[in-house]
Design a protein around this ligand. Sequence first.
Ligand code: SAM
Length: 351
Amino acid sequence: MQEIPSGGLQHSRLHKANTWRCSAQPAATLSASQSSNELLFRAVETLFKFPPFFNFAVSQAREKIAERGRQIGLDFEGEVAALRGGTDWEAELRGVRDPDLVLPDYYTQPFHAYRDGNLCWEAALQVNAAAKSVHAPVMDPEGKLLDPEGDSQLRGSYTRNMLKLMERAGATRPVRDAVDLGCATGLSTLELQSAFPAASFTALDLSPHFLAVARHLQQQREAASGASEPIRFVHAAAEATGLPSETVDLVSCCLVMHELPRAATKNIIAEAHRVLRPGGTFAIMEMNPASAGFQRIFRNPFAYAAFKSTEPWLMEYISLDLPAELREAGFVSVLQAECTPRHFTMVALKA
Ligand SMILES: C[S@@+](CC[C@H](N)C(=O)[O-])C[C@H]1O[C@@H](n2cnc3c(N)ncnc32)[C@H](O)[C@@H]1O
């Protein structure tokens, strides 16, 4: 773990200096592939723009998630049906939706093999089960061994890294008020809460469907435990949280930036800086394009096109120089560590 200079490209490891600049990645990948593969990449991408191919890729991706779920002993369909049944979801949605919130254009398009992206019940009811399936192989460097606890391992690794990196960065401010940007159904918020049990949390998302599920699950947990949780789920954009300036000690952004165009990520970094108190921490967990796992995908035109068909802003994410953006926004002590063989944790402090 160490301070990250901009530029260069190395795979990140906990034990050695890790220099990561996303913007080096596509250039390196594409130039290496140029002679033999570039035309194939373009052809496959063009092919995926046609609805029949796109729909085929999407159905394959969904079937793979359900199949992998079965392999780890997860009753994917049963879990989703249990959540769906007996609840008036439209009423739940009315309880969380801010009718005045204008959704950005980049958000209102297909994501993750759902035609309505994050704005539908199918995605919202499946997301927790899908996380277990998708993250089952995440701790295996080859991406092959499936662990039913992969999702928890990934999240636990994030918060452990976050705490270590905060210490190394010299973050001394106690975390009393924290924000989870892009919280979905609250999995990332609950992990944060376990790392900072004395804090209060504001958890934001643009999807009222995800937030309806988040609130519903929260009510179930509160009914079971008899205690109310210090988590407030709010329908808002991460780039316009509505929170007063300098009122927060920690902002976390977990697995959100790969879903964003570059301009939105810059706006979110600026918003995190605005709401943080001096000395506060911005923590990020994301896919690491420099990792061997992602390199394998980028070398294979079909795997790449299939992945990109579910992540419309992938190339914008990859071309982002995240440490440089953080510094430009006024953050200091930008540190990074490997979270899984495919993900990194990054922290930065507000001076
Ligand atoms: C891949 S999910 C990650 C969710 C959660 N943080 C986790 O770790 O499970 C990305 C989430 O970010 C949300 N999101 C994307 N862009 C956003 C934005 N500009 N503001 C707020 N939420 C956003 C999506 O609706 C989605 O719930």
